[in-house]
Write a new protein. Structure first.
Length: 189
């Protein structure tokens, strides 16, 4: 229970910090995301879709990648049962998912081997790749599946939200592979 209270407090703090930082760093973060994707492409390490997200307030808005990159993108769909799936982001109108976020509900579910990179929003991250989200557990539940865990997954957030101290870690927390901030990409060792 103490851990839940600690997480809730950190959520509030990092949410405020992220909102305060975002305007100044958002454009640079997007550029670093593009650089990172180009790095994967050059290395021949990217196939299939790139999973992004429909931004909530305070999250880096990556939607311009749909215009600027000629690569297929996917968006998450949340279910009432706490599940998450990724579907192609096409021209089909989006509809609200279980979290009321616009999502490609009418498109087929993508398998892990159809996604080469997942870009994930976060309130905060620590050096181990432990991520703090809104508390729904969607990404932890999703990445508890070993097949999905193999898909490179990077958080996208301002550098100020990389916690200098380790974040509280619960048994279900699955670390991400790294993050992209205005300083570029960092991978967890
Ligand atoms: N853009 C985006 N999509 C996502 C997530 C996310 O964090 N960001 N999720 C990650 O798990 C899942 C949805 N989970 C969510 C869980 C809780 C809240 C939530 O409590 N939202 C706040 C207000 C958000 C805001 O500031 O606009 C609320 O309703 O009070 C939102 C999404 C899947 N899709
Ligand atoms: N693999 C899992 N199976 C079942 N429940 C899970 C799993 N992973 C996480 N949960 C549940 O999700 C809830 C929230 O987890 P946590 O506090 O770590 O959220 P978060 O990672 O910050 O949020 P989110 O992933 O939605 O952004 C917890 O109550 C936890 O029990």
């Amino acid at each position: 229970m103490n851990q839940a209270i600690a997480k809730a407090k950190l959520r509030r703090q990092f949410k405020a910090l992220r909102a305060q930082q975002l305007p100044a760093v958002q454009d640079t973060i997007i550029q670093q995301v593009v650089n990172t994707i180009q790095g994967y492409l050059k290395a021949g390490n990217l196939r299939g879709h790139i999973g992004i997200y429909w931004p909530l307030s305070g999250e880096v808005d990556l939607r311009e990648l749909k215009l600027n990159l000629k690569l297929p993108l996917a968006l998450p769909v949340s279910g009432e049962d706490g599940s998450l799936s990724y579907h192609p982001w096409t021209l089909t109108p989006l509809r609200k998912d279980a979290c009321m976020i616009p999502a490609p509900l009418g498109e087929a579910v993508l398998d892990a081997d159809a996604i080469g990179l997942l870009l994930i929003p976060a309130l905060a991250m620590d050096q181990r790749g432990i991520r703090l989200g809104y508390g729904g557990g969607f990404f932890d539940r999703f990445r508890s599946n070993l097949t999905w865990r193999k898909v490179p997954s990077l958080a996208v957030l301002p550098e100020a939200c990389i916690s200098t101290e380790l974040l509280p870690r619960d048994s279900w927390d699955v670390p991400l592979d790294g993050w992209i901030s205005e300083r570029g990409v960092a991978r967890v060792k």
